[in-house]
Design a protein around this ligand. Structure first.
Ligand SMILES: O=C(CO)[C@H](O)[C@H](O)COP(=O)(O)O
Length: 229
């Protein structure tokens, strides 16, 4: 993965057809997705369940580009090896998942892959200062994690601005996750984000047999974000 601050659209397969993940991943990449975002939920850290490393490994075979795995699980450390072996290019853990986020990030990087740090809407960025040398991506949640299709929390935009200032010239991606549409993408792009995760905003109106709406949605989000820079 070469670092770039260009806008990247990362559709979340949380909004895909769960019976057709392989075809869905191929369809979104063919329609212009830059990364594929994979949401892992444990029914404990977040109030929803999705899937584990075996599903990620199966999905990996259908992704040509970046597989961006977002772990909404606690504890995290016992599962890092399995998700790295499943083929994650970026593996993101939550600051709130504990108990030792620094150790978690070290363990992710030890696999030679990119380490991501996610922060919930209610979490401040003070602790992130201590972790800047340990992360390749910071994921700012603009919804409370657990479900797709929620409303964007506008108060998070100033957090993105402050984070962008804190990061300076370091090669760290700022990813935004939750409620991204052509209306909200400009807010976070102007604030300094470069990776925009979108689930319902990409998959709405399309299907594996009718993937053209995926492309239209991706282009609309990208155009709105790029225009705001
Ligand atoms: O991590 C997530 C939820 O925890 C999802 O990636 C996120 O909510 C994207 O879905 P949408 O674009 O529909 O809001």
């Amino acid at each position: 993965m070469t670092f770039s601050r260009a806008i990247k659209i990362a559709p979340s397969i949380l909004s895909a057809d769960f019976a057709n993940f392989g075809a869905e991943c191929e369809a979104i990449e063919a329609q212009g997705a830059d990364w594929v975002h994979v949401d892992v939920m444990d029914g404990h850290f977040v109030p929803n369940l999705t899937f584990g490393p075996a599903t990620c490994a199966a999905i990996r075979k259908h992704i040509k580009g970046v597989m961006d795995v977002h772990l909404m699980i606690a504890p995290v450390d016992p599962y890092i090896d399995a998700f790295a072996q499943a083929g994650a290019d970026v593996l993101t853990a939550h600051l709130e998942a504990g108990p030792h986020i620094h150790r978690t990030l070290q363990a992710i990087r030890a696999h030679g892959i990119k380490a991501g740090l996610a922060i919930n809407p209610g979490t401040g960025i003070e602790s992130v200062t201590e972790l800047l040398d340990m992360v390749d991506l910071i994921c700012v949640m603009t919804v409370n994690p657990g479900f797709g299709g929620q409303k964007f929390i506008t108060s998070q935009v100033s957090k993105v601005q402050r984070l962008r200032q804190m990061i300076g010239d370091r090669p760290i991606h700022i990813e935004i996750d939750g409620g991204i549409t052509p209306e909200t993408a400009p807010l976070v792009a102007a604030a300094g984000a470069d990776v925009l995760v979108a689930g319902s905003g990409v998959f709405k109106g399309g299907s594996v047999t009718n993937p053209a709406p995926y492309g239209e949605n991706i282009r609309a989000i990208r155009a709105a974000a790029e225009a705001a820079r």
